[in-house]
Ligand binder design. Structure first.
Ligand SMILES: C[S@@+](CC[C@H](N)C(=O)[O-])C[C@H]1O[C@@H](n2cnc3c(N)ncnc32)[C@H](O)[C@@H]1O
Length: 291
C-alpha cells in the first residue's frame, strides 16, 4: 500500500497557500495603510481572516488577492483593513478612566460653570463598535443629571474600520455585552425592549452626544477645534515607536491646555513623548511646558 507522503510544509494542505512573499506584501501594506505591524505570529490570524475574503470574492489564491490590495484605490482595501484590525472592546472597559472623567467633569466643568455656554469636546480615537464613546456619553449624562445650564457637549468617535463603525452608529447591542452595567446604567441608557435584531438600543439622549466618523489616525485630521480629552485606548499596540511618537505628538497639539489623554491598560508613554504628565494609571494630562 502506498503511503501518502506528508507535505514538507504543512501549509501546502491549505485551501489557499500563502507564500512568504504574499505574507511579506500583506505585512508591508498593513503597515502602509493602517500603521499595523503584523509580526510572524499573526500569520495564522491573517491567513484565516483573509481566506474568508478570498472565498467571498471567489478568487483562486493569495497572489490574486495581493494584486487587488496593492492598488490603494481598490475598494477591497477597506475590507482588507477591516479584516486585519482587532476590534475587541466593552462598555466601561477600564472603569477607572470613567470614574476619573466623571470627577474631572464635575470638578472642572460643572463647578466652574458661570452661566455662559460651556462647551466640552472629547475624542474617542479608535472607538471600535461604539462601546467606548457611549460609555463616555453615559458618564457625562449622569454627571449632568442634577444640573441645568447651557452645556454643549460633543463626543467625536472615529475608527478606520467601516464595519465596526456601522455597528456603532446602529447603537444596538446584545444583552451579553451589557453585563458590566448596573441596573441604573442599563435602564437609564438603553431602551430595554428588544429590537427586531434581538439586541437593546442605546437611548437617543445618549446617542445625541456622539458623532461617528471614519478616520485613519495616520492620515490628515479634518477637525478644527481642540479637545478637552482624548481616549486612544488599545489602538497603538500594533504601531511601531516612530508611528506612536508622531501620533502622540499630534494628540498633544490638538488638546486644549491641561487636556487629558487616556491610553490602554498595557500601553505607556515612556520613551514616546514627554509632553504629558502622569495623573495615575494610564491617565495623562498635557503639561504646560509640553504645549
Ligand atoms: C482593540 S480596539 C479598541 C477599542 C476601544 N478603544 C477600547 O479600548 O475598547 C482597536 C481599534 O482601533 C482601530 N484602529 C487600528 N488602527 C487604526 C488606525 N490607523 N486609525 C484608526 N483606527 C484604528 C481598529 O479598527 C479597532 O477598532
Amino acid at each position: 500500500m502506498t503511503k501518502i507522503q506528508p507535505a514538507s510544509n504543512p501549509q501546502d494542505f491549505r485551501e489557499f497557500p500563502m507564500t512568504k512573499s504574499n505574507f511579506g506584501l500583506i505585512k508591508q501594506l498593513a503597515y502602509e495603510y493602517a500603521g499595523i505591524k503584523l509580526t510572524g505570529h499573526k500569520q495564522e490570524m491573517v491567513y484565516g481572516r483573509l481566506s474568508r475574503r478570498i472565498r467571498s470574492l471567489k478568487l483562486g489564491d493569495f497572489d490574486q488577492y495581493c494584486e487587488l490590495i496593492i492598488d490603494r484605490n481598490n475598494p477591497e482595501v477597506s475590507n482588507f483593513i477591516n479584516a486585519i484590525s482587532t476590534n475587541l472592546t466593552a462598555f466601561f472597559r477600564e472603569l477607572h478612566h470613567f470614574e476619573y472623567l466623571e470627577q474631572w467633569f464635575c470638578k472642572d466643568v460643572l463647578k466652574s460653570y458661570i452661566g455662559d455656554m460651556s462647551s466640552v469636546r472629547i475624542w474617542s480615537a479608535g472607538c471600535s463598535s461604539g462601546e467606548e464613546p457611549y460609555s463616555i456619553a453615559m458618564t457625562i449624562d449622569r454627571a449632568l443629571r442634577l444640573r441645568t445650564g447651557n452645556f454643549d457637549i460633543k463626543i467625536l468617535a472615529t475608527d478606520l474600520d467601516s464595519k465596526v463603525l456601522a455597528k456603532a452608529t446602529q447603537g444596538i447591542y446584545e444583552t451579553d455585552c451589557l453585563t458590566n452595567l448596573d441596573d441604573q446604567l442599563l435602564h437609564g441608557n438603553f431602551d430595554t425592549e428588544k429590537t427586531d435584531e434581538g439586541g437593546v438600543s442605546v437611548k437617543d439622549k445618549i446617542r445625541r452626544y456622539v458623532h461617528f466618523k471614519r478616520l485613519n489616525l495616520l492620515e490628515e485630521w479634518p477637525m478644527q477645534g481642540k479637545f478637552d480629552a482624548i481616549f486612544c485606548r488599545n489602538v497603538v499596540i500594533y504601531f511601531d515607536v516612530p508611528t506612536k511618537r508622531k501620533l502622540f505628538d499630534r494628540y498633544a497639539n490638538i488638546l486644549k491646555p491641561n487636556g487629558y489623554l487616556f491610553i490602554g491598560h498595557s500601553e505607556s508613554l515612556h520613551g514616546i513623548t514627554d509632553r504629558f504628565k502622569s495623573k495615575g494609571k494610564t491617565i495623562y494630562q498635557l503639561s504646560t511646558d509640553g504645549m
